[in-house]
Unconditional design. Structure first.
Length: 338
């Protein structure tokens, strides 16, 4: 089918700014997702498209309680409201279950699917089934190294290795000597790429610490034990805002002098940066990832556009947020969109 061979035509990249111009539209309220599919984006908004109603599925690997995905979903819902799209959201951190959710969307004969590829091998068959059914699929957040090999139309996110390398350099600037990188989901390629990037550029000592991200008390006790075991640790690198806030508690309980840095934001984390409990964060703009992934499917169906020309991803990060600029970001984080 032509849509899945777009890359061979070498069409010049479509500029993401065409979609980004509508980012000021407010998103619908976001829940926590979960295994059950939910509908969103049905509320009318100013400038709503007059094109025929579409149905689009957004399927992520969100774990229960991970507020990062609420921000992704808000962006997706804002695009859906603008584009006259019925949005079906579903999520499961188990890769096999996530693949089943994609198959459910295929069986519902949706007009497009946006997926995350935290564990790409588990998603191959489901993506291939969507292609056979003539349903365009775009990727977001996780899977930058794999979206082209799986024949996705587009990808929206940050290069996790580059983001990790940037954080490693930042640690050098901060004078850090011994860092621990906390991975909340073992086997998640994006998270492992972040820690690998840190290790590549950080001039001090670093090691990975695997924790069970679905059990926050366990996360706290594991980090606490590590800090007590090695008092020379001067930085804890978390890979998500909730885990960074928990790491800050562990630092206090362990009597450690370590600082906490993290990837990703939420409104609580921006407050922690202002208060000095978190040193800095790397922002990948999850709202933008959700918004662009849904808007891109509308653009493809109604105007034949595909961002990046099927060859290049649309990068949404990384960018640092620290005390020097957190005030400007916090007002958006308070609304749940950063």
């Amino acid at each position: 089918m032509d849509r899945f061979h777009a890359r061979s035509r070498r069409v010049a990249p479509f500029v993401a700014l065409a979609a980004a111009s509508a980012l000021l539209i407010a998103g619908c309220s976001s829940g926590s997702g979960g295994k059950k599919s939910e509908e969103g984006g049905d509320n009318a908004s100013a400038g709503k498209a007059s094109t025929p109603r579409m149905t689009v599925a957004l399927v992520t690997h969100q774990a229960p309680g991970d507020t990062f995905w609420d921000i992704v979903r808000k962006g997706a819902e804002a695009a859906a409201a603008k584009d006259n799209i019925k949005l079906i959201y579903s999520a499961d951190p188990n890769a096999g279950n996530q693949a089943n959710l994609v198959q459910n969307a295929i069986d519902q004969k949706v007009d497009g699917i946006a997926i995350t590829l935290a564990k790409p091998d588990a998603m191959k068959d489901a993506v291939a089934n969507a292609e056979k059914a003539g349903i365009p699929v775009v990727g977001l957040n996780s899977g930058l190294s794999d979206w082209k090999s799986l024949n996705l139309l587009e990808f929206f996110g940050q290069d996790e290795t580059v983001a990790g390398e940037a954080l490693g350099k930042k640690l050098n600037e901060e004078g850090a000597k011994n860092a621990v990188c906390v991975i909340q989901e073992q086997g998640n390629v994006g998270l492992e790429q972040r820690c690998a990037g840190v290790k590549k550029t950080f001039e001090g000592k670093t090691e990975n610490l695997n924790v069970n991200g679905t059990d926050m008390p366990s996360v706290k006790s594991t980090i606490n034990a590590k800090l007590k075991q090695d008092s020379s640790i001067d930085y804890v690198v978390a890979l998500g805002a909730p885990f960074a806030l928990t790491a800050a508690q562990s630092v206090g309980e362990a009597g450690s002098k370590a600082k906490v840095a993290t990837f990703d934001l939420n409104k609580e984390l921006t407050g922690a940066i202002k208060d000095g409990d978190i040193a800095f964060a790397v922002d990948q703009q999850p709202y933008l990832q959700g918004y662009l992934s849904i808007d891109s499917l509308w653009l493809y169906k109604n105007n034949g556009n595909y961002m990046g020309g099927g060859e290049a991803p649309v990068l949404t990060g990384p960018a640092f947020v620290d005390k020097s600029n957190v005030e400007a970001v916090a007002k958006f984080a308070a609304k749940g969109t950063r």
